[in-house]
Ligand binder design. Structure first.
Ligand code: NDP
Length: 321
């Protein structure tokens, strides 16, 4: 078939990769062959291993999700590892894609790489406008360079290698390990461990920080649908923010409350104000996305939390804990 697409998804075993896999399974157009790979298939920090992967699958399109990813405390302690591993992976994937004639690559930035000191809401034109928050500068600078590389592949070789900028993602298949997790899976694990042997009124659910920081959270299934749209329809090298609307921003305290509701937690929530809060807010504008998809309906936050909690309870034994 002339327009057959072979779509290679790096990071296919992760939170976002699994969500794309589950959305694709429900529609699966006949001119698309999807291949989901993990670190077991290739170490993308290694150029030769990356080349072997491309040689094997001969993709025409790539969704590049693989990354070293972690929450605030993991980032703060490992900035060098976040910088180097992500630099290597991104350079290997983009350059190998170019060498193998891949026509389109969609890579993944994040709203947490934006300048620390900025005006709000943040938009796509502001990625490089100042230093990122000091807690995650390694991850941030590595991610920002994807955008620089995309521009350079376009200018020098006419390639359509682009990127998306998701806000905080959560959903089934997240990383719930306390040493590496983001806020929602981290709190979910903590709460479930607290109540799985008895959900009683004397239990205390401690949330690190004041609970006041604001965040936009996107359900992985919603993000997956948007990713697939970008792959098929979005034809600009410039990044596009994939986030819920500004009106859907919630505080960490509200996220913790949604979790206690979903678990039907009987005890009380306490905020440990001696712990770091991270960036107070990083409100991103999805105006550009809304111009293309004005009617896209994001799953309501509490429904998405409920679905994720149900998945976690059912899959606790095999989840990344
Ligand atoms: P996960 O941590 O859930 O998954 C990471 C994926 O990368 C896994 O499939 C992992 O494979 C793979 N990987 C890691 N190291 C290597 C390596 N050396 N070689 C090959 N594969 C590797 O990540 P997410 O799904 O959460 O994130 C996907 C993308 O979205 C990332 O680029 C991330 O930066 C971005 N993002 C995530 C956000 C979030 O809130 N989670 C927010 C904004 C952006 P294996 O399973 O084998 O280890």
């Amino acid at each position: 078939m002339a327009d057959q697409k072979i779509i290679l998804v790096t990071g296919g075993s992760g939170l976002v990769g699994k969500a794309i896999q589950s959305v694709v399974q429900t529609e699966n157009p006949s001119n698309e062959k999807w291949i989901f790979v993990s670190s077991k298939d290739a170490d993308l920090c290694d150029k030769k291993s990356t080349e072997k992967l491309f040689e094997k699958h001969k993709p025409t399109h790539v969704i590049h999700l693989a990354a070293m990813v972690g929450g605030l405390f993991h980032n703060m302690a490992h900035n060098l590892d976040f910088l180097r591993n992500n630099l290597h992976m991104n350079d290997n994937v983009l350059q190998t894609a170019h060498e193998y004639g891949v026509v389109k690559v969609v890579s993944c930035l994040s709203t947490c790489i934006f300048p620390d000191k900025t005006t709000y809401p943040i938009n796509e034109t502001m990625v490089h406008n100042g230093p990122p928050h000091p807690s995650n500068y390694g991850y941030s600078f590595a991610k920002r360079l994807i955008d620089v590389q995309n521009r350079a592949y376009h200018d020098q070789h006419g390639r359509l290698y682009t990127s998306v900028i998701p806000c905080n993602v959560f959903g089934p298949h997240d990383n719930f390990n306390p040493s590496a997790s983001h806020v929602i899976p981290g709190l979910m694990r903590k709460l479930y461990d607290l109540i799985k042997d008895g959900n009683t009124e004397d239990k205390v659910f401690t949330v690190l920080g004041t609970g006041k920081p604001l965040r936009q959270f996107i359900y992985s299934i919603d993000l997956a649908k948007l990713f697939i749209w970008v792959l098929r329809e979005y034809n600009s090298v410039n990044p596009i923010i994939l986030s819920v609307d500004e009106s859907q921003e919630v505080t960490i305290a509200q996220a913790a409350e949604a979790l206690t509701k979903a678990f039907d937690f009987k005890g009380k929530i306490v905020f440990d104000t001696s712990a770091a809060d991270g960036q107070y807010k990083k409100t991103a504008s999805n105006t550009k996305l809304r111009k293309f998809l004005p009617d896209f309906r994001f799953t309501p936050f509490e429904d998405a939390i409920k679905e994720t909690v149900e998945w976690y309870k059912k899959n606790y034994d095999k989840a990344r804990n």
